[in-house]
Design a protein around this ligand. Sequence first.
Ligand code: LLP
Length: 424
Amino acid sequence: MPLPFDCRDGVLHVEDVPLPAIAAAVGTPTYVYSTAALRASARAFRAGLAAVPRKQLAFAVKANPNLAVLTLLAAEGYGADIVSAGEMLHALAAGMPARSLIFSGVGKTRRELAAALDAGIGQFNLELEEEGVVLAAMAAARGERAPAVLRVNPDVDAGTHAKISTGRKQNKFGVAIADAGAIYARLATLHGLDLRGIAIHIGSQLSDLGPLEAAYARIGRLVAELRAAGHAITHVDLGGGLGLAYRPEEVMPSPAAYGAMVARVTRDWDVTLLFEPGRFIAGDAGVLLTEVLWVKPGAVDPYVIVDAAMNDLARPALYDAYHDFVAVRPSGARMTANIAGPVCESGDTFAMGRDIDDVAAGDLAVFRTAGAYGATMASTYNCRALVPEVLVDGDRFALVADRITPAAMLAAQHLSPWMADEAA
Ligand code: LLP
């Protein structure tokens, strides 16, 4: 099978679709996802865990909540890790069984907890003792027991960007590992909870398995302590976090290497393991297609001004993230340039002084590895349209999320009644 993104006859394709055809039909900027790439990464992740006997795979919806993407992953046997009632709505709409949903998140509202109980989701990941008390009372009032695990903060530095690191003791997530035993014991007495294990997630875009292994080993010791205290531990949720190579020269741990580490560390645990991969599944399956508007002289290097901006792909502005920039019709020539969008902030800059394909106004180009934390983090800042999404499957493509226009957004705004009166 050809790579899902490759150059044929000098034109970049996604599977069998030339990107200029998508630009002509849908306009730019737009996200473009490959069905084949999504399936391949979903299968590679599962295959990497072949040595883990009992497991449940839950795609982290936050990485890409597009209905078509979730529907494909549901067909691959994935459930979902959700962090809001909105994500639950998307996962259920995609046909994921309620029992396959895991509700994570440090700020679940009572309304969201009730909606998740109504839906009958598979697991609540409790982030603090009080949340467990509230959930237990709500479930008991319905004559139910909510399936739950306690999220523990193992105090491990995941070695990733500070804004996507979650497992250090100063982070807001989980209960301190030193307090976990006592909290677990108190929550285990509540009739409204079916407390069955532990969850962790130490961060995202992890390039090194070392911190993950250290965190898992700590959880293994906690599981043994909890069992010694008489608790029946049947489930451990190992979170997500496996990183992707955003730069061509980067080397990341493979799902096979990750799976081998997991199998080794958890060999004696005798539990069902849950996994919440997001980036690994969707990241490489998407590009952001954009058109070069201008090439503008700069003090040092020229500015390539593209029609995509920080509101469409926020990662460079938020995390100084690198996204490879490739021309759709590369000539072979190179240039050193800054790449920036139209938004009125200096932070709306995708790259500075980067060696890229030579491009000119009117050319199409893509930002790669944009399928995860791309469209989902888009905004309408500067009254720009909400970026659309396209799915490719072989030689077919379809719009799977509309471009929400400024006119539609304006139609959702209203003058106050008194202003309308005064205007009449
Ligand atoms: N489980 C939990 C509880 C999480 O908080 C996350 C991500 C995941 C699973 C999925 O992690 P992954 O496999 O995708 O690394 N917007 C940032 C990433 C934020 C990740 C938040 N939590 C970015 O663009 O890099």
